[in-house]
Design a protein. Sequence first.
Lengths: 266, 374
Amino acid sequence: MRDHFAVKYLRVELLPTSFCPGCGNGTVMNAFLKALEELGYENLKEFVFVSGIGCSSWIPNPYFKADSIHTLHGRAIPVALGLKLARPELNVVVIAGDGDLASIGLEHLIHAARRNADLLVLMVNNMIYGMTGGQQAPTTPIGFETSTTPYGNIEKPFDTCAVVAAAGANYSARWTIAHFHRLKESIKKAMGKRGFRFIEVVSPCTSHIVRKLKLPVSTYIRQLREKSILINTGGRGEITIGEYADRDEEGFVSRVYEYINRVRGC
Amino acid sequence: MRMLISGNIACAEGALRAGCRFYAGYPITPSSEIMEYMAMELPKHGGIFFQAEDEIAAINAIIGASWGGLKSMTATSGPGFSLMQEGLGYAVMTETPLVVIDVMRVGPATGQATKSAQGDLMQARWGRHGDQQVVILAPSSPQECLDLTVKAFNISEELRVPVIVLSDEIIGHMRETVEIPEHFNIVNRKITEDLSKPPFHSDNPMEAPPMPLIGKGLNIMVTGSTHNEWGLRDTREFKTHFKLVKRLVEKIKLNAKRVFEYEEYNIENSTIGFVSFGSVARSVKGAVKILREKGVEASYINLKTLWPIIDNPIVKMAERVKAIIVPEMNMGQLVLDVERIAQNKCLVVSLNKVGGGEPIYPSEIASKALEVIG
């Protein structure tokens, strides 16, 4: 393990992580850190990670060897935006789950996208509330049995990437953990962009979904790939992957500073 | 410099002079003038004004900005203040300096949005879940809005705790001459880049640890979960949690003497006393005059700090008078403290009136006093 590329980015003394065996969080970490390595970052000093409440919010806090703020449930984006406005030179990255960002924190997500706030947001979508025991989330597919939909989910799930794209974000994309290379390249691309960048990663919850389906995790991950259809092929599969938005408009934070300079006459 | 300004504008002026450089807020009557004034003035000072999508976003944005190193604040009123409570608890737990101004209006719920009240006292003190204490200051004039907002920032930065300025609609919209001094005593946050010492621990229980800022490469972990002195989450151990909350609570209690501020008028042979705060304290002064004209001597205490409270002035008053009257624009909140402190040494009488923007008039307070002393 000592030779693993990611050691330089991690608090190795806290490993192994407390994630369940087979959880997708490890792959998300791997893809994110691999992207940073390929971009040439020796450490995470330029970055600040802000997370919410939920399993994936534990990825940066405590495992990343970086500054991290582990906020209230749903509130990672406003904390991150306050920090970014105060310290525009920092690279502020939000990592949180679907319950956190697409349910309790959805308002902040949409408004951050509308403002094109200069943040990179990684949403790990396991389609369920994992930490609290497998309750239905706004991303749970119709028919899924969860602990609060014991007879099958009757609600339509959110297409969070479409919402974010419609609200005005510069970048919005979805991948699954079965698309490691595409995910990593997408993170690299998003890193190089300004404005609001949103990447959703569909990921297995082994404790509450895969177990109920009585499938090996490997089979579930293979199914994620098989069920995925690229957005620009015109088709719509159970999981639409690809880029929903790819624009290059000025971000909120630089507009705020231009405004201040205009008021001050400089 | 002297200015004829409202209490709300005085709060905003105080904030600017205390060094506030980040404001996030959401419009709400009767506090919006603070937000509008900050929108006008902050950019001139190079500060950042951010209109959030709701009060939850506002309180969380100032938490982020505060960790970024800026003195930060928001202002709101009852319903918005309720929405901010979870964020305030997070600020207590993470020792984040920030100031919240609550210009009280009639509640519960939407109540009477444009009318003055004092119903948020207990919300200000206990609105968060779990064990926590914050500092609460209460101005009773535009001048005190300025002075106490400066003080709020100073305490907040020094003790790394959220400080609430509990104003009310009458004070917020009242215009009076405010003396703005050339120089203020400004306390700036102690920051550290030395992480050989744990960032969430202080050997001196009266002091907050110096704050390690985000974005300096210090690998700081900030969390609202129970954490050890290095900021590492520990959601299991009794010892870690108890040590943390004990320190956070004691930090406020042990500084009570320095934080507590009040105004008193003591008459040795008075038979009646008043304890009040905010706009009602002004009516109490009028009532004392009316009573004197009728040959009744009365004392009063005007609390400018609502938490932490030093008991002694109220104890002394309770030992001297026949009865203490607590007039409040609510159904009885401050009276609970006065009853606790007076410990049956004298009669404690509640005088409650709220709604429609009706102040408690001096004549009503005087009548109540005459009725009580018979």
